[in-house]
Design a protein around this ligand. Structure first.
Ligand SMILES: Cc1cc2nc3c(=O)[nH]c(=O)nc-3n(C[C@H](O)[C@H](O)[C@H](O)COP(=O)(O)OP(=O)(O)OC[C@H]3O[C@@H](n4cnc5c(N)ncnc54)[C@H](O)[C@@H]3O)c2cc1C
Length: 443
């Protein structure tokens, strides 16, 4: 079985010298169920060596020790698993635009393959690398079930417009993964030096590691546990933060330690009921809608990415009196008047994960209690990306924009501060779940 060729696209043409194939692993940090790696292995065939290279930048916008620790532990496992397949793992450190071309030159690489990421910084790295290598550079979407550029060639308006496109393509793309065969030919490269890598990090150590175990095997274990124990509650209780009904797989998905396609395949094998349907809607439709948004809307990091009606309504209500006003620092320290909001903030700070329903409430209240929509947006993104283990993800930009600025939503009844942006309040939470129990747990 070979990979469906539409999962790949050519980033740069060049001359294939017949030398080793390099897979520049970036977003999809796993050895299993990884179409970019599978394609690179296919291209290596039986005559060429395959090298997996990861370029560690010592600091990344918004990332803290919490994120780097999780990532490095996962990569260590992946490097080990690749070695068993006779595939060396090169841990490069520094600017990808320098390090990747240097490695390709050093080993006489003939082909360079990488994975897909719609975020700006990754696009800039890709462009810079492409301009400095003279071998073919291919990109494979190993993150989405349906490659983002196949699903749509434009920004989709809402879930209802992307859903039929994805569903029409699922029979073709939601397929089993072929087994990755060990490489016949290998290359001697120095093993990764994880201690030096950690010593070189220039990140905020104030936000420390969390208990969630990192790595591919833990991601798969998390999936099995969810399917065995919690999927059956998903339809009824996924909006209840006390119910333990959601998958908590977002960090594994964000770091690419777990393939969304694997999660979708195993879920569909397990159940075809309302629980599976609702879960797959989030995992596939909503998640791939976020990638679509960041791929086609270059302003995704700003409020200017919002639809016109939302920009106008927020502006119309810019001068409305706010019932409470807090600074970024007060929000960060969970010093608001609301025990429920503070508990959500504390869940995120202490565990690296906030329940999805609380994320909506949390962001909407930041809008309500900030001096301006711009300040609110900056506060929510800063805190989200600093403390959530799954932060700095297309889902994060879209989640905050959905909550504050009507992205993928519609206008609702007009109110102070929010204008026509959908409103949420604590009473709504009280109707949905036991607010006291949540506060007792995290507050
Ligand atoms: C303000 C706000 C900020 C958010 N920030 C992030 C973030 O930084 N990173 C992140 O991955 N998600 C973010 N989300 C989306 C969502 O809340 C989380 O993905 C989800 O809560 C993670 O928990 P889970 O894995 O248990 O989800 P489950 O309910 O088990 O869903 C399974 C998977 O589906 C995807 N998913 C679930 N809900 C959504 C959604 N609303 N939009 C897109 N994909 C979804 C995620 O990949 C998730 O892991 C944010 C949402 C909001 C409202």
């Amino acid at each position: 079985m070979t990979m469906n060729p539409s999962r790949a696209r050519i980033v740069a043409q060049g001359e294939d010298s017949g030398g080793p194939v390099v897979y520049w692993m970036s977003r999809d940090q796993r050895s299993r169920d990884n179409w970019a790696l599978i394609h690179a292995r296919e291209l290596a065939g039986s005559n060429r060596a395959l090298v997996v290279a990861f370029c560690l930048v010592p600091s990344y916008p918004g990332a803290t020790l919490r994120h780097y620790d999780f990532m490095l532990k996962g990569l260590e496992q992946t490097a080990h698993d690749l070695r068993e397949m006779n595939i060396p793992f090169a841990l490069l450190m520094g600017d990808p635009a320098q390090e990747l071309p240097a490695l390709c030159e050093q080993i006489g690489a003939g082909l360079l393959v990488t994975d897909f990421d719609p975020l700006r910084i990754k696009g800039q790295w890709l462009k810079a690398v492409a301009s400095r290598v003279d071998i073919p550079l291919l990109q494979v979407d190993a993150h989405n079930v349906v490659p983002a550029w196949v699903t749509s060639d434009k920004q989709e308006y809402a879930a209802r417009t992307i859903r039929p496109k994805i569903h029409r393509l699922l029979p073709e793309y939601l397929e089993d993964f072929p087994e990755l065969e060990p490489c016949a030919k290998s290359l001697e490269l120095p093993g990764p030096d994880w201690t030096t890598a950690r010593a070189l990090l220039r990140v905020d150590e104030g936000v420390g590691p969390v208990a969630l175990p990192s790595g591919e095997s833990h991601g798969l274990h998390g999936l099995v546990t969810f399917l065995d124990e919690r999927l059956l509650r998903y339809a009824e209780a996924s909006n209840d933060p006390n119910a333990d009904a959601v998958s908590k797989l977002s960090a594994y998905l964000h770091f690419g330690q777990l393939s969304a396609q694997r999660v979708a395949l195993e879920t569909a094998r397990r159940a075809r009921d309302e629980n599976a349907e609702n879960f797959l809607e989030q995992l596939v439709v909503r998640r791939e809608l976020s990638d679509n948004f960041c791929l086609y809307n270059p302003q995704y990091e700003t409020l200017a990415a919002a639809p016109e009606w939302a920009i106008k309504t927020l502006d119309d209500h810019r001068d409305d009196p706010r019932p409470y006003l807090y600074t970024l620092e007060q929000f960060e320290r969970a010093e608001t008047h609301s025990d429920l909001w503070n508990a959500a903030q504390m869940q995120m700070v202490s565990t690296g994960f906030m329940h999805g329903y609380m994320r909506m409430f949390w962001a909407k209240k930041i809008l309500e209690w900030s001096i301006s929509p711009e300040q609110a947006f900056m506060t929510a993104l800063t805190l989200n990306d600093r403390y959530q283990l799954d932060g700095r993800d297309p889902n994060g930009y879209v989640g905050v924009l959905w909550s504050m600025a009507g992205i993928h939503d519609r206008p609702w009844k007009e109110r102070p501060v929010y204008g026509k942006v959908r409103y949420m309040n604590e009473n709504g939470c009280r109707r949905k779940f036991d607010v006291g129990a949540y506060i007792a747990k995290y507050g």
